[in-house]
Design a binder for this molecule. Structure first.
Ligand SMILES: Cc1cc2nc3c(=O)[nH]c(=O)nc-3n(C[C@H](O)[C@H](O)[C@H](O)COP(=O)(O)OP(=O)(O)OC[C@H]3O[C@@H](n4cnc5c(N)ncnc54)[C@H](O)[C@@H]3O)c2cc1C
Length: 370
């Protein structure tokens, strides 16, 4: 192990020579990180003939950020909880707790939740824990929801347009991130399909310390420069986050909801008037993109995502993000993305996108250290 040099110039020279620039970004506390060499990563196999399916989903994206407000609808109160863009899985427990908190003065025991994606299910579970008798009304159930299409890394990104959000929104976003991050840790384990995973940001440019929700939510963050021989990119950053297997996780949440006495009605609500006629006086709106038609929020847009799924590789114990491309290893397949197409409402798989995702990730796989 190298001893840390004492003067600043030799400290910087040594940091760069060691192939890292953690000290530049983090200060002396990061010294230990510089002395830790990057580990050998199991090879990723990318080829067209390993592809097992292509999946398309429309992220419920609102440039102004998600909505958490109460609205009067005749005798009822509708608590809106929708529009979480590319981070709805990550934010789910946080926004669920915040929505429940917004209704804390409403004493009704029987409440309704519209929507059975990750946001509706989490909201329903938080309400049950607070002693409510919850009925979910929903058009689709898992595995038919957008939430099932998610990657799903705990990484609340593409949630808003930074040019369009207020400081107040950013505070609420930060709170939702912290609450959700804490709660997800209680679900780590095979029963819920949640686990910690090493993730790498691979970049042609130096990678900064910013991470969605704040750097303190990503343990063991490390920075590598001169990373080309190891990662195929000049710069890399490693961080710890949680990987969520949507098929396992959503099924387990639905089971928990039923076990706690929840009722579920498969029904599409088409108008506000239909919502006003529900028997419950307190209604949580968790319809994601469906809110645009149901409550007329024209600010709700689609951000299309297409994913290519390859045969599983159980030995892969890391994921990466490289510009718009990413790889997450899951039990049901290796997930390759990605696309972030705002305003595109097409649910059809696009062959040119498939080619770009497969070829782009194949190129990255070649650069990863063997
Ligand atoms: C390709 C892709 C990758 C993603 N990756 C990630 C990721 O890595 N990490 C992450 O955190 N997030 C990710 N996301 C985003 C995440 O999937 C969404 O933000 C999240 O699923 C939104 O959840 P939701 O419950 O609001 O919406 P949905 O899952 O769409 O659920 C909405 C529910 O409302 C119901 N509904 C809608 N309208 C009506 C109506 N009129 N009447 C009755 N019921 C109705 C639907 O049937 C459904 O049950 C990704 C999304 C995509 C598409």
């Amino acid at each position: 192990m190298n001893r840390p040099p004492t003067d600043r110039r030799s400290f910087l020279a040594s940091a760069l020579a060691a192939g890292t620039y953690a000290a530049l970004a983090q200060g002396p506390a990061a010294l230990a990180a510089q002395e830790e060499p990057p580990r050998r990563l199991p090879p990723l196999k990318v080829s067209g003939d390993r592809r097992i399916r292509t999946v398309v989903g429309l992220r419920p994206y609102r440039p102004e950020g998600f909505v958490l407000t109460n609205e009067r609808l005749g005798e009822k109160v509708v608590v809106h909880n929708y529009g979480h863009g590319g981070g709805g899985v990550s934010l789910s427990w946080g926004v669920a707790q915040m929505a429940a908190e917004q209704a804390r003065n409403l004493e009704d025991k029987n409440v309704a939740v519209i929507g059975c994606g990750v946001v509706g299910l989490s909201t329903a579970r938080v309400l049950q824990r607070r002693g409510k008798a919850v009925t979910i009304y929903t058009r689709e159930l898992p595995p038919e929801t957008t939430s099932n299409v998610a990657g799903a890394l705990w990484y609340p990104t593409h949630v808003y347009d930074p040019q369009k959000v207020s400081a107040t929104f950013l505070e609420r976003y930060g709170l939702a991130c912290r609450l959700a991050h804490r709660e997800f840790q209680s679900y780590v384990g095979p029963e819920y399909g949640v686990r910690w995973i090493e993730t790498y940001t691979l970049s042609p440019e130096p990678v900064g310390r910013e991470l969605p929700g704040g750097p303190e939510l990503y343990p063991e963050t490390r920075f590598y420069a001169d990373a080309r021989p190891l990662f195929g990119f000049p710069y890399a950053r490693r961080f710890g986050s949680m990987m969520i297997e949507p098929q396992i996780y959503l099924r387990a949440l639905l089971r928990d909801f039923y076990t706690a006495g929840g009722k579920l009605v498969v029904r599409e609500l088409k108008t506000r008037e239909e919502v006003a006629q529900l028997p419950e006086r307190v209604v949580f709106n968790c319809t994601g993109l469906g809110t645009r038609a149901l409550f007329g929020d024209q600010g709700m847009a689609s951000m299309r995502g297409q994913i290519e799924v390859l045969l599983p590789q159980p030995e892969l114990d890391y994921g990466y993000l490289a510009n718009s491309l990413y790889m997450f290893p899951r039990a049901d397949g290796v997930i390759l993305g990605g696309t972030f197409e705002a305003g595109n409402w097409s649910m059809d798989a696009d062959d040119a996108t498939t080619k770009r995702i497969i070829e782009g990730n194949a190129q990255i796989a070649k650069g990863l250290r063997r």
